[in-house]
Design a protein around this ligand. Structure first.
Ligand SMILES: COc1cccc([C@H]2O[C@H](CC(=O)N[C@@H](CC(=O)O)C(=O)O)C(=O)N(CC(C)(C)C)c3ccc(Cl)cc32)c1OC
Length: 348
């Protein structure tokens, strides 16, 4: 009986992985044996946290303790959560969360320690910002706030994964030990998503674009998408791109320090998707009309181009040149964008 339940709980975890994340699930399943289950569970635990944070049907009184206590909840056998509302596939994950917990508690202590530590920091960070959103103040004012928020929801994931890579013994390079560049891996992905998801986020009454940026182009974030403000909207988008591009050279350094092939591809694929998305978003007014995504065919081509640092550098060089071509001398950020693109090309 026990053996059967083991097989079904682990299988159920991978079913959730494939349910909750389209292309990325395959990348996780390509990881070496030592890390596959660990990262799968880390991903699902983070997904559980994200589902609670994103759930607009949960009152702050309910949400706050759940987020702050999640690092303990992942040790409570049998725990499940049925009140989560909106996203069906994510909801099911929380209804059967005890399956994730069962598998998590079977992991080697050294992995449980890393995941617990990150969960505690992410949960508290999310709760701090959830309070802001509940108080309806724009939580993200300064560029410092922007980097802090992205650190909590994404940078810590980069740091956590790096600690898992090192704990597994598959990576040892000093460069990956540098928390600042592991953090940067997350900030880049998160900032590209935040830039891409402008319309979707404001339609849910959320805004993650820092006031320090959008206030130079409009008196409020919602105004940016109104007819007549096209030039300001496009130039604001450039400012978001400029802020996001600053992480690229650190990320290339991080990827250059990786030695395990499966870890390299696991890290490189989301990065090349992100630079391709960013180039597509640049000076693209569609950002204010719909969610702009790169085409499936491009995704597959990019995955093939993520096998080693030479290919990845070539991809970054290509999209940096695409950005330079679209750069417009009338854009107030024209010069800064060309400088940061120059630095990226120099690295490559
Ligand atoms: C060293 O750091 C990393 C190395 C490899 C991958 C990721 C990062 O990549 C995916 C990639 C992913 O999930 N892509 C989606 C596409 C999309 O979200 O639009 C997908 O393909 O489903 C991603 O986006 N996030 C979410 C955060 C950015 C918030 C951390 C994420 C969530 C959980 C985990 Cl374990 C990992 C990641 C890393 O994290 C920084």
């Amino acid at each position: 009986k026990k053996i059967k339940s083991d097989r079904s709980t682990k299988t159920r975890c991978y079913e959730f992985l494939n349910m909750t994340s389209r292309s990325f699930a395959a990348v996780i399943q390509n990881l070496d044996d030592e890390l596959r289950d660990v990262v799968c569970l880390f991903y699902l635990i983070l997904r559980g946290l994200d589902t609670i944070e994103d759930d607009m049907t949960l009152s702050i009184e309910k949400k706050d303790p759940l987020l702050r206590d999640f690092y303990n909840i992942i040790r409570v056998e049998g725990w499940r959560f049925e009140e989560s509302g909106d996203q069906e596939k994510d909801r099911q994950l929380l209804v059967e969360f005890y399956v994730v917990i069962d598998e998590f508690l079977k992991l080697d202590e050294k992995y449980q320690k890393v995941i617990t530590d990150i969960c505690k920091k992410v949960g508290n960070g999310m709760a701090d910002y959830a309070t802001d959103a509940a108080l309806n103040t724009y939580g993200i004012i300064s560029l410092g706030d922007f980097d802090k928020y992205c650190h909590y929801v994404a940078g810590l994931v980069g740091i956590g994964l790096t600690n898992l890579f090192i704990a597994s013994g598959l990576e040892a390079e000093i460069a990956t030990r540098d928390e600042a560049i592991a953090n940067s891996m997350g900030l880049f992905l998160q900032k590209v998503n935040i830039t891409r998801d402008y319309l979707e986020d404001i339609s849910h009454g959320r805004c993650y674009w820092p006031k320090a940026i959008w206030s130079q182009y409009a008196s409020n974030l919602y105004e940016l998408k109104n007819p007549g403000n096209e030039t300001e909207a496009i130039n604001c988008l450039s400012a978001m791109l400029l802020n996001t591009l600053q992480h690229v050279t650190q990320n290339l350094t991080y990827m250059n320090s990786l030695r395990n092939q499966s870890i390299f591809e696991f890290c490189a694929i989301p990065q090349v998707m992100a630079i391709a998305t960013l180039a597509l978003l640049f000076r693209n007014y569609d950002v204010y009309r719909k969610v702009v995504k790169i085409r499936k065919g491009q995704t597959l081509a990019l995955i093939k181009q993520s096998k080693n640092i030479y290919q990845v550098a070539a991809v970054f060089r290509y999209y940096t040149q695409q950005i330079m071509k679209k750069n417009d001398a009338r854009d107030p950020n024209f010069l800064k964008i060309s400088i940061v693109c120059g630095q990226i090309e120099q690295w490559c």
